[in-house]
Write a protein that binds this ligand. Sequence first.
Ligand code: SF4
Length: 319
Amino acid sequence: MNSKTAAPPASQHTMRVHRLLLEWFATHKRDMPWRRTRDPFAILVSEFMLQQTQVARVTPKYEVFMTRFPTIEALAAASVSEVLKAWSGLGYNMRSIRLHRVAQEVVKSFGGTIPSAPDDLRKLPGIGAYSAAAVACFAFAAQMPTIDVNVRRVVGRVLFGIESPSVKEMDQAATDLLPTGKARDWNLALMDLGATVCTAKRPHCFECPLRDGCVAAPEFESPLRQVAESTVTYKAKQPFRESNRYYRGRIVEALRHVPDDGVPLARLGPTVKDGFKNRDLPWLKKLVDGLAKDGLVFVIESGNDPASEGDITVSLPGG
Ligand code: SF4
């Protein structure tokens, strides 16, 4: 036996955690269309969609998107405008641009076959450590952890308590905790527990299968903490409807419904912002320029005066 590479034997506590969580998962797992397949393209699409969007919102959009682009070749061959239209309703439109670029790169450099090795996956544009691990594990059965913010939270609470150590230590702990040969179920179980029971603000420790061995559970259940939490006042955030991200999304959404040759900036304004006035044109132009820089829109300046917003036409990008 090679003592340098062999994993240390799991402790009684670790084995108990494995058993309890996997038993819980067997009866509480969430059904999602991308969990019913091992198709790496379908899993890749779902991972991009899920990056910042809730499962309930992703599910119907995923079905439509996969019908429109059933293969990576179909997605790679589509125009940016077609991809943006199929992404409608999901928000964070840059993700669709990155996914499209990944599809084109896979077709160009890998002959249309999504690589199975995490290191190769990470070379693709827009694929980080988590997405590479998720595709490798869920599509190719790689025995590796898929560590995202939810998984870190659950593992951190169970092993270390409310005050977690550094991300590096957490990731090492999550890697060490992986049960042999059960990576897929284990990773999904941690995600489901994090989404439904061990939630960020108020974990439901009384419903949790890991409560008995969890370092954080007594801390969360302490009466002193509950009193302190009930008096916490949360800092007001800028309302989403006033943010640039909101208006960027509105612009792309409006362009999904105009002819391919676009719309003048001045006509776009009132569909994006209630009470839009001509004095808002420089603000709108700035947003549109940012979107153009990210490859989300196409801008044509037709007049002689580059500073004149009145001569600008905006559309979704073509190819
Ligand atoms: S017992 Fe509470 S803190 Fe611990 S894993 Fe379960 S829900 Fe999270």
